[in-house]
Design a protein around this ligand. Sequence first.
Ligand SMILES: Nc1ccn([C@@H]2O[C@H](COP(=O)(O)OP(=O)(O)OP(=O)(O)O)[C@@H](O)[C@H]2O)c(=O)n1
Ligand SMILES: C[C@](O)(CO)[C@H](O)COP(=O)(O)O
Length: 381
Amino acid sequence: MSFSAIVVAAGSGSRAGGPKQWRALGGRPLLAWSVGALLDAGADEVVVVVPGGAEDQAAEALTGLSGWRAVAGGATRAESVQAGLAALSARDDTPVLIHDAARPFLTADHVARLLDALDGADAALLALPVPDTLKREGADGLVAATEPREGLWRAQTPQAARLKTFRDAWAVWPAGESPTDDAAVVERAGGTVRLVPGDPRLMKLTYPEDFALAEQMIARETRIGQGYDVHRWGPGDTAWLCGVAIPHDHALVGHSDADAGLHALTDAILGAMGDGDIGDHFPPSDPRWKGAASDQFLIHALERMRARGGRIVNVDVTLICEQPKIKPHRLAMRERLAALLDVPLDAVSVKATTSEGLGFTGRQEGLAAQAVVSITLPART
Ligand SMILES: Nc1ccn([C@@H]2O[C@H](COP(=O)(O)OP(=O)(O)OP(=O)(O)O)[C@@H](O)[C@H]2O)c(=O)n1
Ligand SMILES: C[C@](O)(CO)[C@H](O)COP(=O)(O)O
C-alpha cells in the first residue's frame, strides 16, 4: 500500500543529555534508523522534522538515503508533527505514518500491520498492554491508590491515519492544549482509533541508559582479519615493536618508525572491515609519514572501525625474529596494545618465535610480524 511518513526529530533530548537524533547507534545516526526503515518499507515520501537550522546536519546524518526532505519543527512534539503534516504533498486519502526518530528499531512488518489496521478505523497506533501493577503516587512518595491496569496500553509510534483525517482533526484541536501523541488528536475529533499490538523493541530512547540497552539489542556479526609485515634491520639502537621502544643493537628500517607489529595489526583491522590496507590509507610516498609513530596508523584504523559501530573482540600478534628477545617486553607490549585498542589485557596476545636460523628472519636480515584480529560489526540487514 502506498503511504507517506513523518519522522519527528526536532527535540532537544534533554533527558538523554543532549540532542539524540544525531547520536550514533550501531555506528549510524539515530535518525537514519527510522528514516531508512520507512524508505525500506516503501514510503513514497518521508518528511523529516528537525530543529530549525539543522537541515544540513540532517543531510549529513542521512547520507546515502534518498526520498526524504527536511523541514523545521517547533517547540513541542505536537508543533513538530503539525509542521510535518503541513509539508506533506501527498493526496488527501494517503495513509500517513507519524514516527518518533527516538524509536530506531522500526521494521517493514510494523508498518504493514499498522497500514492494514487503517481498514475499518480512522487511525491506528502500535501499543503494548501494560504488564505491571499500577500505583498512584500520593504525598511524600507514599502510594495513594492501586489503579486497575485492565484495558490500559502504552502508546508507541508509528501512529497512522489518512492525511485528511490528521489535518481535519488538528483543525478542531483546542488551541493551547498539546497532545502527547497523534492518535489522541483523531480520538478527540471523534474518530475511531485502533490499537495494534506493538513491539518492545520499538522502545523510545529517552535516557542515556536506553542507548546502552539499544546498542546491546543490535544484531552483530563477527569478522576476522589478518595482517603481515616485514621490516629490514639496519643501523640504530632502538627497535619499535607493538608500540614499545626496545633497546637493541639494530633498528628496523622503514618510511615510518617501522613498527612491524603495529603495521600488521593495523592491516588486520582494515582487513576485517574489507577496508583496504595500510598502504592505501598511509602511502609510503607521502612525506607526512616519514618517521611517523605507527600508533597513529592503528588509531586511524580503529576510528574507521568505530565509525561503523565496530568493536575489537581480541587480537593475537606474532613477532618472528632471532633477536631481540621479546619475552622481557611482552607484558609492556600487551599493555600498550590494550590501551590503544581500549580492550582488557586478556583480549591481547603477543607471541614471538624464531625461525630456527632459517630464511631472512633467521639470518637476521629482517623481522616479520603477523596479526589476527576478531571484531564485531552491526550485522548487515
Ligand atoms: N519539539 C519537539 C520535541 C520532540 N520531538 C520529537 O519527538 C520524539 C519523541 O520525543 P522525546 O523522546 O521526548 O524527545 P526529546 O524531546 O528530544 O527529548 P526530551 O523530552 O528528553 O527533551 C523525538 O523523536 C523528538 O525528536 C520533536 O520533533 N519536536
Ligand atoms: C508519541 C509518544 O512516543 C507515544 O508514546 C510519546 O508520547 C512521545 O513522548 P514525549 O516524551 O512526550 O515526547
